[in-house]
Design a binder for this molecule. Structure first.
Ligand code: FAD
Length: 350
């Protein structure tokens, strides 16, 4: 078995498919204040324009406190996070959760329904079985019996958010249900960073956590911030398309960076809840632009599970701004919805 640790580290450095978080400052960031670091098994980057140097340490402190709080809420990698404690709880009595977590779960359940269960935040037992969560990757291919047993613990219908006058509660009707918010966590944290920066009176910024990005206003050159979608290859950082976000959130999910090989098969971290196995089709990357990074981050995984044709049909039906890259022969073909074209940088070929 070969686990692609080196390539995974490149993924984490760059985010999954968006080139913005590359090691050095991008041209857009040349004279912005850039605050960056590690969080949630990946990297964050906050670029702001017009910040007085003396305010930078305080902004960094606030950013790191916010990210630590998001991690404390949503991590399945920390045993004492709010989500892990819910997962460890072996009962069906509603458990109190924060309004932020309730919002992330309600959005995830909605996208889950729209994708007919392709995006399913209860997929945790299968993610862990295939070694893409906090568990180590398996040394042997999981058996059908193991897959069936994990699948029996999965299903959106088993999870519910209850809004009451005294707050929000999360309830499962299967005691063993395990919620995995990794698919939306980066978008969730990115939206929080955007709000935090705006709360500091900054209106020109670009923030990212892993493969989720939000930008507003102008870069230091007085032009719209631009984000590059990466070519789907694990060998280079080549640009496939450049978009101008115009104040929206963007997220990319890809099967080409986060994987390992077992018995000669390349296993992607995107799991199809219907089969209980990593996806095998030829859609290699889905990018979504939406009003929030949380929303974009939820859709991109669901579309990845659906595969090119169903993803495109659903994106068109839901009027989503979506860009898909599919392996075809030795190369790749791209598809995008009409809504996505509006964000392509002028001069980019649709
Ligand atoms: P996305 O495509 O956005 O999501 C893929 C992930 O979603 C999979 O890895 C899996 O977990 C889950 N998933 C797979 N299939 C489905 C499906 N059908 N429906 C729904 N979800 C699915 N990683 C570490 O190594 N160490 C850490 O300490 C760590 N801490 C984290 C803390 C938090 C709060 C979060 C949110 C993530 C953390 N991670 C950690 C995970 C890591 O950064 C993930 O790789 C990342 O969140 C997945 O994002 P992505 O953009 O690569 O993939």
């Amino acid at each position: 078995m070969f686990f692609n640790r080196h390539l995974l580290s490149v993924t984490l450095l760059l985010g999954s498919g968006l080139l913005l978080s590359a090691c050095g400052p991008t041209a857009d960031e040349a004279s912005a204040t850039v605050i960056s670091g590690k969080t949630m098994g990946t990297f964050y980057r906050v670029s702001v324009v017009g910040l007085d140097k003396s305010r930078e340490p305080e902004l960094r402190r606030q950013i790191e406190a916010q990210l630590a709080e998001d991690d404390h809420q949503l991590s399945t990698y920390k045993d004492d996070s709010v989500l892990s404690r819910f997962n460890q709880y072996n009962g069906t009595v509603p458990q109190p959760i924060s309004s932020g977590m309730a919002d992330a779960i309600v959005t995830s359940l909605r996208i889950g329904q729209k994708t007919a269960g392709a995006m399913d935040i209860t997929v945790g037992p299968l993610v862990n079985l295939w070694g893409f969560g906090p568990n180590k990757e398996p040394v042997k291919m999981p058996t059908q019996a193991q897959i069936d047993s994990a699948k029996a613990e999965v299903g959106l219908q088993h999870l519910k958010v209850i809004q009451q006058s005294d707050g929000q509660y999360l309830q499962k009707d299967l005691p063993g249900l395990y919620v995995d918010l990794s698919t939306v966590g980066e978008g969730y944290a990115t939206d929080h960073l955007a709000r935090l920066v705006e709360g500091n009176g900054i209106s020109d910024y670009l923030v990212s956590v892993g493969g989720a990005v939000v930008s507003r206003g102008k870069n230091p050159a007085g032009k719209p911030w631009q984000v590059a979608i990466q070519k789907p290859t694990d060998k280079e950082n080549a640009v496939q398309a450049i978009v101008d976000l115009q104040g929206m959130g963007i997220s990319t999910s890809g099967s080409y960076r986060n994987y390992y090989e077992l018995d000669g098969k390349r296993l992607s971290h995107i799991i199809d809840p219907a089969t209980g196995r990593p996806i095998t089709h030829k859609l290699v990357s889905a990018t979504v632009i939406a009003p929030t990074a949380l929303e974009a981050d939820g859709w991109d995984t669901g579309l990845m599970v659906l595969g090119t044709d169903k993803a495109l049909a659903l994106a068109q039906k839901e009027h989503l701004a979506v860009y898909l890259i599919t392996k075809e022969g030795d190369g790749f073909k791209t598809n995008m919805t009409q809504q996505f074209k509006a964000y392509l940088r002028k001069g980019e070929k649709p």
